[in-house]
Write a new protein. Structure first.
Length: 206
């Protein structure tokens, strides 16, 4: 059995690997249960952020347009936990999520001001996918290169040709492809930070 197959069979059910993803999923479900209050006060809204409601840079990612949208993002979080959850402990995972949320929103705010309203976790999932692919590569799993190439191709295709119409119909909203772009770029920033940290530690040891 290959090392990749072994990794897939050993799901990270330990508390330190499970608490972070469960926290994200629970928060998303809670936000859905208190609609429309949550959308009124926590959705990403460009004009409200410009007026000083900075918390929307973070909170908007835990809201969704409908149940299908919520379930798609929960499924994405679960799949990434299954693939890469063993790399993270609770504090580290939540720290990465926090950085991805805020960085994605800042990217949208600064470089896609035409996007006045946004909810959803898919941009963050793209960034988490990028980080996980790098960690696979670092641990000598060749599938990491495949994943990194795949997410790059997906984001570029969306930027050139737009998002899937079927997905837009399912979630009853336009797919925010710019969130996918900025989430992925935020993931690259994390990769760079991890790479430099590794180099510094290696240099100090030698």
């Amino acid at each position: 059995m290959s090392s990749s197959s072994i990794k897939m069979l050993n799901l990270p059910f330990q508390k330190q690997h499970l608490t972070g993803p469960l926290t994200v999923i629970a928060l998303s479900i809670l936000m859905a249960l208190v609609e429309p209050f949550s959308s009124d006060w926590f959705a990403y809204k460009f004009d409200d952020i410009a007026d000083g409601q900075w918390w929307r840079l973070l909170s908007g990612h835990f809201l969704h347009t409908n149940t299908y949208h919520l379930l798609l993002n929960i499924l994405g979080a679960v799949l990434l936990w299954a693939l890469h959850g063993h790399y993270y402990r609770t504090a580290g995972y939540l720290g990465i999520i926090l950085f991805l949320c805020i960085s994605t929103s800042i990217g949208i705010y600064l470089y896609a001001p035409q996007l006045k309203w946004y909810v959803g976790f898919s941009g963050v999932l793209h960034g988490l996918f990028v980080v996980g692919a790098y960690l696979d590569i670092k641990h000598h799993f060749k599938t990491g290169w495949v994943m990194l190439a795949g997410i790059t191709a997906k984001v570029l295709n969306e930027q050139l040709y737009g998002a899937s119409g079927e997905v837009a119909k399912l979630i009853d909203a336009n797919v925010a492809i710019d969130a996918h772009l900025f989430g992925s770029l935020a993931g690259l920033i994390i990769i760079l930070a991890l790479f430099l940290k590794h180099k510094l530690i290696t240099a100090n040891i030698t």
